[in-house]
Design a protein around this ligand. Structure first.
Ligand code: GDP
Length: 297
């Protein structure tokens, strides 16, 4: 995880590390804190996280000289923020665990589902896919191919069929076939945004009707190269359905790696996985320790 993420975060790390070094030896006063704040914000650490870190630095280093251990201090603060996050997937002890996956078209949703299927299958879990992105024939085909490759079951409707009914059938099949995990894909686009949000709510409701308490995880896929725009779109999704975590796709393609922190901060959701390439094995479980080390490397 560390090596792969380090490459993606190189530019962010340069600005963070360089900015920090320039501050060393100075007195930690208001001007110093302003500069530190600017460095953290520039790296996309996020407003809330930055404020918290600044407060802690002021508390512990106020009016003292900034020495090398300040960097360790800030790193441990960022790590502390992330370690409070629930980055695990929670599996049901009995009956299928249902994971609903949402995200706008092009975010990397289909690829992420494929990667997650491979990962869970490799862990020895029996997976069933519900190809609920019925708006796009390509998404259904792509998932079928992945189901074949990974040995997962798949339930699909024809293009244009009702996504909720695909979700319904997938959950029913998941119970009947006693699979461990059902991953339900959802539409990434409909004729209007309002329709899409209503659709997501409906799918969520239908899943819960077939399997009480489900979906157990609702993961939102975000294109991390897409910055503020991606965050704004994702905020709409979180208003429609209660999400449990994020998959940050394409983290290998962004120079603003700190965005992972900003997105997490803005949406108030933990990052559970990161996509670091186009291949099936390019999905990593999020690891706060390695992420922070790479961020400040
Ligand atoms: P969807 O429309 O949200 O289902 O998006 P796709 O899964 O079809 O992905 C859109 C494009 O992004 C494809 O070309 C994928 O290969 C690419 N992609 C997805 N995830 C990643 C990733 O983690 N890293 C890179 N480099 N490319 C990715």
């Amino acid at each position: 995880f560390f090596q792969r993420i380090k490459a993606g975060l190189r530019r962010t790390a340069q600005s963070l590390g360089g900015g920090f070094r320039a501050l060393l030896g100075q007195k930690v006063d208001a001007d110093f804190l302003d500069q530190l704040e600017a460095i953290l914000l520039k790296a996309d650490v996020g407003v809330a996280a930055t404020e918290r870190i600044i407060d802690r630095v002021k508390e512990s280093y106020g009016n003292r000289e900034a020495t090398g251990d300040l960097l360790d201090f800030v790193k441990s603060e960022v790590r502390g923020l992330l370690q409070e996050d629930d980055t695990q997937l929670h599996f049901q002890e009995e009956g299928p665990t249902v994971i609903m996956v949402a995200g706008v078209n092009g975010s990397g949703k289909t690829t992420s589902i494929a990667k997650l299927t491979k990962r869970l299958s490799d862990e020895g879990r029996k997976v069933l896919l519900g190809a609920g992105d019925t708006f796009r024939a390509a998404a259904i085909e792509q998932l079928s191919t992945w189901a074949e490759r990974t040995g997962a079951d798949i339930v699909k409707g024809s293009q244009g069929s009702d996504p909720s009914s695909v979700a319904h059938d997938a959950c029913t099949a998941a119970m009947a076939r006693k699979v461990d995990v059902a991953i339900i894909d959802t539409a990434g686009r409909l004729h209007t945004q309002a329709n899409l949000m209503r659709e997501l709510e409906k799918i969520h409701r239908v899943i819960g009707k077939v399997i009480p308490g489900a979906p157990h995880e609702v993961l939102m896929v975000i294109d991390s190269t897409n910055g503020q725009n991606a965050i704004a779109q994702a905020e709409n999704f979180t208003k429609a359905i209660e999400c449990t975590g994020l998959i940050l796709a394409k983290l290998d393609g962004t120079a603003k790696g700190g965005a992972a922190l900003a997105i997490r901060d803005r949406l108030g959701l933990p990052v559970k996985f990161v996509g670091v390439g186009e291949k099936a094995e390019d999905l990593e479980a999020f690891n706060a320790e390695a992420f922070v080390d790479a961020l400040f490397a």
